[in-house]
Design a protein around this ligand. Structure first.
Ligand code: HEC
Ligand code: HEC
Length: 429
């Protein structure tokens, strides 16, 4: 958003008035009597000093008018940095730069169940057709663990009766690390999330939790399975959700080249991936996609899980309707920062699934979230005061096509080796 003339007048007007009142009283009550000036002399001095004040205000107004107003705080200090800096004595500590700590993914999600019977029950329910109204869909229909890296490869989810939902299916791999679930982060836990798709009319379409319970009670295998997992054969919808969540917490991929690199295997990443890793930090992607799960909405990194997207309105995001939710007024909204683990395997991208290519997703992120120009988006000139107090023009930061290739190569290094093998096995077959 550009700063309008009224914004400038709103700042400059009152400042000007205040400066003139101060000036007149200063000359007439202090300087004038002190230097024994007559009335005309006092007014001459007022005019001379006033011209200086006006010139300064004019310069400030020009600067304000030319620079886009930062209307949202985007680049938050890295929490590690501020926390550690605060702990150090003396004000100089604030200026010390703390390097970013790259971390591998733990092998277990926080709070993962240790009871194999509970996890096994969750696995069965995840693949249970009885939980969909037409008896044909399972959780795995939209979250195919091996054939689609935990997603479905579709732009938007296809539910019962071939109904197309409004959103893209995210992968369930590593969802156990996320602090909030769904694109808009509306579910606070996997347990709270799990009942959603079963009752969603365009997904699995059951009428109620009671219907899910009745359907499972009719299948003889579940009584014993629930007894093993919970100690008694009572089949309740809450237990269904608990078992599904327990199973999902076991879906962890810590076997990416990135993880091997961070654990000390110097050859795990190639030069392009290493350049991309550096760009990922330098460009500011880690402001939001940080920590081992590459998400600020992670249980391992206490950050801001939701971010405005697109934070800088731009033609690229508009082209894909990313600022236009059906039934909502157009404009940016708060979205959960997704994990980037396996992102190279889980396209199409974004909440509406309209972006097919990973590189295009990276371009959109750079422009929309970091105000960094990319090829095809002309960098703007900004006007800043240099150290010498003079206005100077500075080009907006930008990424080249080679930079975007490197960033994509780095994101590909976040792919699980096992999932990649499963996918290539399929496409080769
Ligand atoms: C018809 C396709 C479909 C089916 C069937 C389905 N899901 Fe999903 N799933 C989605 C979509 C679409 C989203 C994102 C919805 C949103 O953000 O509003 C999602 C989101 C999720 C998430 C959140 C992931 C994250 O990172 O936020 C989890 C976990 C999940 N589903 C698990 C399940 C489970 C468990 C089942 C079975 C009970 C299931 N899904 C059935 C399409 C489906
Ligand atoms: C200000 C926070 C922020 C910054 C900085 C940021 N992202 Fe994102 N990123 C998000 C949010 C929020 C989304 C989800 C958007 C949506 O709902 O569609 C997202 C989505 C993505 C996706 C799509 C994920 C998927 O599964 O569809 C990719 C890829 C991505 N970001 C990469 C990057 C890269 C590369 C950078 C650096 C150039 C970056 N991001 C910088 C917040 C950010």
């Amino acid at each position: 958003m550009e700063t309008g003339l009224f914004d400038v007048l709103g700042v400059a007007g009152p400042a000007l008035l205040l400066a003139l009142v101060v000036l007149v009283s200063m000359v007439h009550l202090e300087l004038g009597p002190f230097t024994h000036l007559e009335t005309p002399g006092k007014w001459l001095l007022t005019a001379a000093l006033g011209a200086g004040v006006l010139a300064f205000i004019f310069k400030m107004s020009v600067a304000l008018y030319l620079n886009p107003k930062p209307d949202r705080l985007l680049v938050l200090p890295h929490p590690d940095f501020s926390r550690r800096a605060a702990a150090l004595p003396g004000p100089a500590a604030v200026l010390q730069y703390q390097p970013y700590q790259w971390q591998a993914l733990p092998a277990r999600a926080p709070g993962a169940a240790t009871d194999p019977a509970l996890v096994e029950l969750g696995r069965q329910l995840f693949n249970e057709t009885a939980l969909s109204a037409d008896g044909r869909l399972t959780c795995a229909s939209c979250h195919d663990l091996l054939a689609a890296a935990g997603a479905d490869g579709q732009p938007q989810a296809v539910g019962i009766g071939a109904q197309v939902g409004p959103r893209n299916s995210p992968t369930v791999w590593n969802s156990g690390f996320q602090s909030v679930l769904f694109w808009d982060g509306r579910a606070p836990s996997l347990e709270a999330q799990a009942t959603g798709p079963i009752l969603n009319p365009v997904e699995m379409g059951l009428s109620s939790g009671a219907e899910a319970e009745r359907r499972l009670q009719a299948l003889p295998a579940y009584g014993p399975a629930f007894r093993q997992a919970f100690g008694d054969p009572d089949i309740s919808f809450t237990r269904v959700a608990r078992a599904l969540a327990a199973y999902e917490r076991t879906l962890v991929t810590a076997d990416s080249p990135y993880d091997r690199y961070v654990q000390g295997d110097q050859n795990a990443l190639d030069p392009a991936q290493l350049r991309g890793m550096r760009l990922f930090q330098e460009t500011g992607c880690i402001n939001c996609h940080r920590g081992p799960a590459f998400s600020d909405a992670s249980l391992l990194e206490k950050g801001a899980p939701l971010r405005i997207f697109p934070a800088f309105p731009n033609p690229l995001a508009r082209r894909y309707g990313l600022d236009q939710e059906a039934g909502q007024p157009p404009g940016p909204r708060a979205w959960r920062v997704p994990s980037l683990r396996n992102v190279a395997l889980t396209g199409p991208y974004f909440h509406n699934g309209r972006v097919r290519e990973l590189k295009e997703a990276i371009r959109i992120m750079a422009v929309s979230q970091l105000d960094v120009a990319v090829p095809g988006v002309t960098p703007r000139q900004r006007f800043l005061f240099g150290a010498d107090g003079q206005l100077q023009s500075v080009a907006q930061r930008s990424l080249s096509e080679a930079d975007i290739d490197d960033l994509a190569a780095f994101l590909d290094a976040l792919s699980s080796a096992r999932l990649k093998t499963a996918l290539s096995g399929r496409s080769g077959a």
